[in-house]
Design a protein around this ligand. Sequence first.
Ligand SMILES: [Fe+2]
Ligand SMILES: [Fe+2]
Length: 394
Amino acid sequence: MKIGIYGGAFDPFHNGHLSMIRGALASKKVDRVIVIPTGMPPFKPARKVTLSPYRYYMVKAALKDEPNCEVSDIEQVFGEPSYTVTTLKNLRKKKVVSEKDELFLMCGSDILFEFESWYKPKEILEQATLLCALRPGIDEGQARNEASHLEEVFDTKVKFFKIEGVEVASSKLRSDGKFDNVPEAVKTFIETHGLYCEDSPLVHVSDEMYKTLMKHCFTLFHEMSGKRLLHSINVCVLATRYAIRFGADPDKCALAALLHDCAKELPEDEQIALSAKIIHGYIPGKQILHSPAGAVYAKEHYGVEDQEVLDAIQFHTIGREVMTMTDKIVYLADKVEPARHYDDLTEIRRLAETDLDGALIECYCAIRESFGAKGQEIHEDTKKSLKYLLEHRK
Ligand SMILES: [Fe+2]
Ligand SMILES: [Fe+2]
C-alpha cells in the first residue's frame, strides 16, 4: 500500500492541513494518510507549542469521519525530540506500517528548500519518498528546479500533487484568535478546552517543573482515556492560573492538578489496595476512593514527594476541615475547569476571579444543594470545611 505520512505541530489543525490530506488522496499518489501530531517539536521552544495531548486529540476530533485517514500517537512519548527519521523508522518497528508499504513524506513546496538542512536527510529518503503539494500561486518552476536538485544530490525521486488553494497559517490563527478557517470540530475543541488564552499560565512554572509536567503528560497519555487526560490538563492550566492570581505556588498547584485523577481509571481492587496504605479501618466510597488512591499512586508511580501536593490530590473530592491554598485551588479548578458544564458555574467562576474562599464556599453550597435535591447529604469533611471557611473567610 502507498501511505502518505503527514507530520506537524497542528497548532491548531486548520483547513489548509485538511486540503493537504484530501489533495494527496484525490491525486491517487497515496491510498491512505497517517497524520502524526508532533510530541515535542525539536526546533521550537517547547513552551510556545500547545501541550501535545491537546493537539493530538484536536486532530483526532477533526479527522474523526475522514475516510482513508488515521491519526497516530507514535510521537506521544517523552524524552527525545521527535525527528522525522526516527518517526519513520518507528512506524515500521512498531508495525504501524508493514515492510511492504511504500511511504511518502507529505510536505509543502517550502520544505524542498530547507530539506537538505534537516536532520539526516539521506536516511529519511531511504525510508520515504518526498510527496510535495503544489498550491495555486506558488512558483511551480522554482519548486520543480529545487526538486531536481534534491533528486540529484540524494539519488531520489520527488513526487508532486496539486491541492486547492487554502491559504492558512496556524500562527496567524493564533494571533487573530478568530479560528474561522478551521474545521468545525476544531473550533468546538478550542472553545471547550479554552485553548490559546492570552495568559498561558504554564509559562509561570519553573523550568524543572515544566519538564516534570511534560513527562507526566506523556505517561498519563498512555494510562488514561483522552477525556480524562484533557480534563486533567485543563485542571492543571486553571490551577496554575489561580495560583498566580492568589499568590500560591504555581509548581505545586500545577503538579497536584495534573495528577489529581491519576488513579481514577485503575481497577477498583487496585484503588482499594492503594487507598488502604493511608486510610485505615474503612474503604472510602466509590466517588471518593480515587483521591486517597491517587495520592499514594502519585507518590509511588510518579515519584511525588511533596506532602502538600499529595494532600491536595487526597482531598480534591471532599475537602478537609483546614484546607491549604494548594488544596483549595486544586479542588476548585477540578470543579470549574473550562470543559465542565454540568451546572451553571458562572457565579463560581466569577467569584474565582477575585475571591478564592468565596468561590469555594459558593461551590460547596452548590454541591450541598444538588445533593439535597437528591435527598442526600454532603460528606462530613465537606461540612467541616464549609463551616471552617465561613468562620475564617479571608
Ligand atoms: Fe477526581
Ligand atoms: Fe477531576
